[in-house]
Write a protein that binds this ligand. Structure first.
Ligand SMILES: Cc1cc2nc3c(=O)[nH]c(=O)nc-3n(C[C@H](O)[C@H](O)[C@H](O)COP(=O)(O)OP(=O)(O)OC[C@H]3O[C@@H](n4cnc5c(N)ncnc54)[C@H](O)[C@@H]3O)c2cc1C
Length: 392
């Protein structure tokens, strides 16, 4: 399914304040502070764009409690923080006191005081990575690290938007040039992290922690090169840039399209031999595998599933509102359900909030992107598949 990026935004990605919830073995009361959103306001914000709350949400499950993208995220940071606190307290009050949730014994363990800010200013660098570079994975002679997270757009209105809480457009692994880390007018300054030089539709992919971390490693290697040749970043010759890239490769950086030319790297001439062999049992095919393996495969339609295998879940996530069909069923659990049975509608793209009742018992938890670290076998209404994915 090809998704289009949203129209050019008037705002930025918003900020979020997270909270943690703990379950006690006794009832706990919650009295909302007077600044909290009232229940009517909370109700008016929910349900749109797949925004659904539950008493089990905690920590980064609440990433979509988002506000501030239509404000000045720097100058108005304090107002944004306060609005987010009003929202969090109002939502928790709604969960505790509306009578609609099983939350008598749940208590707020922690509420953040500073909002997590997703987007503010970025630097104008020697080269500004463009959305097109991300989409078509442009090769750069000075590629110094890589990214690969979705183009992850959130509506600037955050929780106040009726749109989906995020639109994630999958991209292939792409290269980011060292020129995104400096500008020739500031020869003694390197950037690393989300402030690197990107156009906005590239930023929505590069802003994630792994990519930020890799930019730090690339900046360190670049700084090493500048010291070694006593030159500013923009003065480095192509051979020197290539030496920096070879150094990065040697130190385990992945550089899309780069060739390892390290003469001292014995791995280049090594041959692999095996002292023994292991043949795994044949993988069960569709319709025959045991659900204890996590063997439910939710197939988003239309478009089909790419790379889904028993025990894993699809790499493609349908938008909220997409229909999930059963692609393969274990008869013992599925009862009358067969391949193609319509299981339900994806209310949100967040697995924790998207249980889909499974005909014959159990619950399919629609999950996406990654194989789950901890598949949980089915047992009376418990998830048969889960996923650790946390969009940001
Ligand atoms: C709510 C939210 C959810 C997110 N979810 C995800 C997710 O699931 N996965 C993901 O990969 N990314 C996620 N992100 C994005 C990601 O966390 C950030 O983009 C990333 O951490 C940015 O890293 P950074 O090093 O550039 O900046 P930061 O992590 O902001 O680090 C900057 C540091 O500099 C310090 N600092 C600032 N000024 C000074 C100063 N003058 N002197 C000394 N120190 C200073 C700050 O205190 C801070 O520690 C999320 C972001 C938010 C806000």
């Amino acid at each position: 399914m090809t998704k289009k990026p949203p129209a050019a935004p008037n705002g930025l990605l918003g900020s979020s304040i997270l909270y943690y919830v703990r379950k006690e073995d006794h009832p706990v009361t919650f009295v909302a502070p007077d600044y909290a959103y009232d229940m009517k306001t909370v109700e008016s914000l929910l349900g749109r764009g797949g925004r659904i709350i539950s008493e089990q949400q905690s920590g980064s499950d609440c990433w979509w409690f988002e506000y501030g993208g239509v404000r000045n995220t720097i100058a108005d940071a304090q107002d944004i923080a306060f609005e987010l606190k009003r929202m969090v307290m109002g939502v928790w009050n709604y969960i505790k006191n509306s009578g609609k949730f099983d939350a008598d014994c749940s208590t707020l363990e922690w509420v953040g005081s500073l909002p997590g800010k997703r987007e503010s200013r970025r630097m104008a660098t020697e080269y500004m990575l463009a959305g097109e570079d991300v989409r078509s994975h442009t090769q750069f002679a000075d590629g110094g690290f890589y990214g690969g997270w979705y183009m992850d757009f959130h509506p600037a209105e955050g929780i106040g938007s009726a749109e989906d809480s995020c639109i994630q457009i999958p991209v292939n692994v792409y290269s980011v040039p060292l020129r995104c880390l400096y500008h020739r007018d500031f020869p003694n300054l390197l950037f690393a992290g989300r402030d690197i030089g990107t156009q906005r539709d590239a930023f929505v992919s590069t802003r994630v922690m792994n990519t930020c971390a890799l930019s730090g490693q690339a900046a360190a290697a670049l700084a090493w090169g500048c010291l070694r040749w006593d030159a500013a970043p923009a003065e480095l010759a192509p051979e020197q840039i290539e030496t920096i890239r070879q150094t990065l490769l040697r130190e385990d950086m992945f550089l899309p399209g780069a060739v390892n030319r390290d003469a001292a790297d014995l791995a280049r001439d090594a041959a692999v031999t095996a002292s023994s062999r292991y043949s795994p049992p044949a993988q069960p095919g569709p319709g025959s595998f045991d659900l204890a393996l996590g063997g439910v495969h939710c197939q988003p339609l239309p478009g089909g599933c790419r790379g889904g295998v028993p025990g894993l879940v699809c790499g493609t996530r349908p938008a909220a509102g997409g229909v999930v069909h059963l692609a393969a069923a274990q008869p013992a659990l599925s009862g009358a359900a067969g391949r193609g049975t319509e299981l339900g509608t994806v209310r949100r793209r967040k697995p924790a909030d998207c249980p889909i009742p499974f005909p014959g018992g159990g619950t399919v938890w629609y999950a996406g992107i990654r194989p789950c670290a901890g598949y949980r076998p089915s047992a009376g209404g418990k998830p048969v598949a889960g996923c650790a994915l946390q969009p940001g």
